[in-house]
Design a binder for this molecule. Structure first.
Ligand code: SAM
Length: 279
């Protein structure tokens, strides 16, 4: 027991594990995630419908999207942005996600609304396409869940998929948010209202901060009668300078930054949105 608790609460080396696929692809968890995405009152997995409406309107106006435009949404989930962009008349709308459950929902919604949206199931870090896109999106701070090595793969991909005058719109957690994070440890039965499993379980949650890297980790060790597993939820926090440096290695640069993807003027807060283009 001593050894097991020691292991469950040990602080791992920064970015040493990656379990995002488990988090999004497990059947029970995927269902829980989808209901979080679709809950109009919660801003946990997706933002609220009013926010997404405003965001889609802003993206279309800001980037002059029309029937000749091509957009590509990384981690599109249930298609809340793709659906709106297509309904606003964007020509080619593509969504990528590795959650089959969320993509099935997105496809159903598109069929019902008679919208020709292209959805691809799979890890977006492996996606390739010969087309060039006018707008690439990665929303809900998803970049923050990727390690530096994964970000490098993603930025190389962005560079090759971006049209000459195209833009990448994404949001991230800020260094200012990081200063408010602290370390903690908890043990709770069926934590998060049964989020992790349909069976009874115990959850040991350890939250760690990595001061030099501006990274936080929520490590969940979930034990039920027949199995135990661990989920690592890493979050990178950024300054504009940090992100600019990483992008420059791939010939990309920040063209503008805002408070969020509704185009609100930048003020210091927990999140910021950036518009990226070719250098
Ligand atoms: C926080 S949700 C945001 C969903 C959507 N962008 C929104 O705002 O409604 C993150 C989404 O990214 C997907 N995702 C995360 N990492 C991925 C990867 N490496 N490849 C494909 N999809 C990924 C998840 O399945 C999930 O649907």
């Amino acid at each position: 027991m001593f050894k097991q608790i020691n292991e469950a609460t040990a602080k791992p080396v920064v970015w040493s594990e990656y379990t995002a696929e488990l988090l999004w692809a497990d059947r029970h968890i995927a269902k829980q995630m989808l209901s979080l995405h679709l809950n109009p009152d919660l801003s946990l997995a997706s933002r609220t419908p009013a926010f997404i409406d405003e965001s889609a309107n802003w993206l279309v106006a800001e980037f002059g999207l029309n029937a000749a435009s091509k957009t590509l949404d990384f981690g599109c989930g249930p298609g809340l942005y793709t659906q709106r962009l297509k309904a606003k008349g964007v020509g080619t709308v593509v969504g990528l996600d590795f959650s089959e459950n969320s993509l099935n929902y997105a496809k159903e919604q598109a069929n019902q609304a008679n919208l020709a949206i292209e959805y691809h199931l799979g890890n977006y870090l492996d996606y390739s396409d010969a087309r060039k896109f006018d707008l690439i999106t990665l929303v809900m701070c998803d970049l923050c869940a990727l390690s530096p090595a994964q970000r490098s793969v993603l930025f190389r991909k962005f560079k090759s998929l971006l049209a000459e005058n195209g833009s990448i719109a994404l949001d991230v957690y800020t260094a200012s948010r990081f200063t408010k994070q602290s370390e903690s440890l908890s043990l709770e039965k069926n934590a998060m209202n049964g989020f992790w499993s349909a069976e009874e379980y115990w959850c040991i949650q350890s939250s760690f901060t990595y001061q030099d890297d501006l990274v936080t980790l929520d490590k969940y060790v979930i034990s039920q009668a027949d199995k135990a597993w661990t989920v690592y939820n890493w979050l990178q926090h950024f300054t504009v300078e940090m992100l600019s440096r990483e992008l420059a290695e791939h010939g990309l640069a920040i063209k503008a930054h805002y408070s969020d993807l509704r185009g609100r003027p930048y003020t210091e807060g927990d999140e910021m949105a950036v518009i990226i283009g070719h250098q």
